[in-house]
Write a protein that binds this ligand. Structure first.
Ligand code: ADP
Length: 612
């Protein structure tokens, strides 16, 4: 309620209180005095008649008595009169009273009051005595209805007066209130406009009363606000510029990371390949210490490569540049592939590895390579943190989702570290002297990728007991297309390569011969290598490749049969010119490259084949 109305209400309430008080007091006073007058009138009438009646009653002068009774009854306010003799017999009566009979009245020897609706009567009983001897008695019934009516009318008039007075005082207080609050109202309107950012003129500043003080403070406030607004505007502008600069810097950072990682990866690949060949020490050129150093170079190179890939992945995820390449996948096939991939490493560490997944678990629509990346990350961590104990990969269906759990009996994660374990670069042991390697990016990538797939990842862990990572991914039933089941899409992507690159399977039976080719192919293709012919055929069976490059000089004719039974991928054969297998009529002469292998020839052949 505004100040104006509060003022009016308080004024009216106060006014009403006093009006009611005064009028009620008047009303009571008038009623009391009217009652007193009536009482006095009745008493004087009764005494007067008593004296008048005593003489005619003592001598039984009935004519005078009748005459006196008639005269008394003629008075407006006397209704009836009854006179009893000394034997209490009715001597004379002027009786108009309808509601009670005379006989009933004379039984009562006292005053009483009788009222009915608007009628109001008072009965006075008076014994007539002379020198204590009983002459008789009289009953006079006074009709006080008129007086009662007067009181009633007085009451109604009083109420009307109160109502009128309250109405008048309300109007008056409204007028006075409006006048008194007009300044305040204007100032409050002005302050509202200031709040809305307008620039109103502030009135009453020259006044010396409270309004003047208020107006001046408002003026000062307005100036302050205007100054702050303009400062805020400048600040917002600066912030916006800084934001744009930050966005620009972030973009430059992404570009830098992308370029640097590419620039770093190329020489790093060379270091890794050369060191891995050298550490085999085939020609026994290095002593034990040098081989050890070479293996350190190789392991550090690999670690660096992982770090670069992780940094690149996380920055792409952050920039929203990683897009899912989803297809319909056989869940079991995907999971057992991961299982096969990890078995050798687990065996090497002599750990128990338990893989549980129903062969008929079904299909889901997802990016298989990314799912593999997540699980590989978790399993690699388990491998790293389990000394002796088991690692489990458990997969099951939950309504419209699949649940993947990686459980291990490793060192566990302290409770206070769990909350931030998915943050970037967060490691339980962040010290420089830590025992385990790693970048602290793996779990952050897992989290980002799971979220990108509309899934969830959570962790439970207990120190020295073990860790459980639980991932829930949607099956996306509505997108599952059984005509298009494509497990091979999920084949392991070399982490150096981008999705969408052409895939090459290389039978690398001589790393020195293929060294420069490997370095070159790694730049622009997704390269899978195999040095074992059985493994090579297994890969070619399980996965899809655009090109299959193989040195056939060491192959048996049996292997050649197997080679020509591969349906997918364009075959590129490397051979000595005098190799008899080259005469086989299944060999496409255009896809042959003779030794010594020239990497440029190979690339241009692949480009020509790719354009066919
Ligand atoms: P990192 O490359 O260091 O392994 P991650 O993001 O994959 O980076 O993991 C972050 C940290 O979480 C690890 O350094 C380790 O302290 C802890 N951690 C992750 N997985 C496990 C696990 N299975 N057992 C114990 N600790 C783990």
């Amino acid at each position: 309620m505004s100040f104006k109305y509060r003022f009016i209400v308080s004024f009216v309430l106060l006014e009403a209180f006093f009006i009611i008080l005064i009028v009620t007091m008047n009303f009571i006073a008038i009623n009391n005095s009217s009652d007193k007058l009536i009482k006095d009138k009745i008493n004087s009438n009764v005494s007067f008649l008593e004296e008048l009646l005593k003489v005619p009653l003592s001598i039984y002068d009935l004519a005078t008595i009748d005459n006196l009774l008639v005269k008394t009854q003629e008075l407006d306010y006397v209704n009836s009169i009854i006179l009893l003799d000394s034997q209490n017999r009715v001597l004379s009566e002027k009786f108009n009273f309808k509601d009670i009979k005379i006989e009933d009245i004379i039984k009562v020897k006292d005053d009483f009051v009788y009222s009915f609706e608007n009628e109001f009567y008072k009965l006075k009983y008076k014994e007539l005595l002379v020198d204590d001897s009983y002459l008789g008695a009289m009953y006079i019934i006074f009709d006080l209805s008129e007086n009662q009516q007067f009181i009633q009318n007085n009451k109604e008039t009083t109420l009307i007066i109160i109502a009128i007075e309250i109405l008048i005082s309300t109007i008056l207080s409204y007028i006075i209130g409006s006048k008194l609050t007009v300044m305040l109202t204007r100032l409050s309107e002005v302050s509202q406009e200031i709040g809305e950012g307008k620039n109103p003129d502030i009135p009453y500043q020259n006044k010396t009363n409270e309004m003047g003080i208020l107006a001046n403070s408002l003026h000062q406030m307005k100036l302050d606000l205007q100054e702050r607004r303009s400062k805020l505007k400048t600040l917002a502008l600066e912030l916006n510029n800084q934001k744009n600069e930050l966005l620009e810097a972030n973009k430059s950072k992404d570009d830098f990371l992308a370029n640097m990682s590419h620039e770093l990866k190329t020489p790093l690949n060379s270091i890794n390949v050369i060191s891995s060949i050298m550490m085999k020490n085939k020609k026994n050129r290095f002593d034990e210490n040098e081989v050890k150093n070479l293996s350190i170079i190789n392991s550090c190179g690999n670690d660096l490569l992982f770090l670069i890939n992780d940094v690149l992945d996380i920055s792409k995820l952050e920039a929203g540049e990683i897009h899912l390449d989803c297809t319909t996948l056989d869940i079991y096939a995907l999971m057992s592939d991961i299982n096969n991939m990890f078995l050798p490493q687990v065996e090497q560490k002599k750990l128990d590895f338990i893989f549980e997944c129903d062969r008929n678990i079904g299909y889901f629509y997802c990016d298989g390579n990314r799912v593999k990346q997540i699980i590989k990350n978790l399993l690699s961590n388990s491998l790293k943190f389990v000394k002796d104990g088991s690692i489990k990969l458990l997969v099951k269906k939950l309504d419209n989702n699949i649940e993947i759990m990686v459980k291990d009996e490793g060192i566990g994660i302290p409770e206070d570290k769990l909350e931030h374990i998915f943050d970037r670069f967060k490691q339980v042991d962040g010290s420089t002297t830590r025992k385990f390697g790693g970048t602290g990016l793996g779990l952050a990538i897992c989290k980002e990728l799971t979220t990108l797939m509309d899934g969830e990842i959570e962790v439970k862990s207990k120190v020295d007991v073990g860790t459980i990572f639980r991932i829930v991914l949607p099956i996306n039933e509505d997108k599952v297309d059984m005509k298009n089941v494509n497990y091979n899409e999920t084949a392991v992507l070399d982490e150096n390569t981008e999705a969408g690159q052409k895939r090459i399977l290389l039978f690398n039976n001589d790393p020195l011969v293929f060294f420069s080719v490997v370095v070159e192919l790694n730049k622009n293709y997704e390269l899978t290598q195999s040095s074992n012919i059985n493994e090579f055929f297994k890969k070619s069976d399980n996965e899809l490749f655009d090109f299959i490059i193989i040195d056939i000089s060491t192959l048996s004719s049996n292997d050649l049969d197997k080679l020509f039974s591969i349906n997918d991928g364009k075959l590129i054969l490397i051979s000595d010119s005098e190799n008899t297998l080259m005469k086989d009529n299944r060999v496409n002469q255009n896809s042959i490259i003779n030794k010594p292998l020239d990497k440029n020839k190979l690339i241009s052949l692949m480009q020509n084949e790719g354009n066919d």
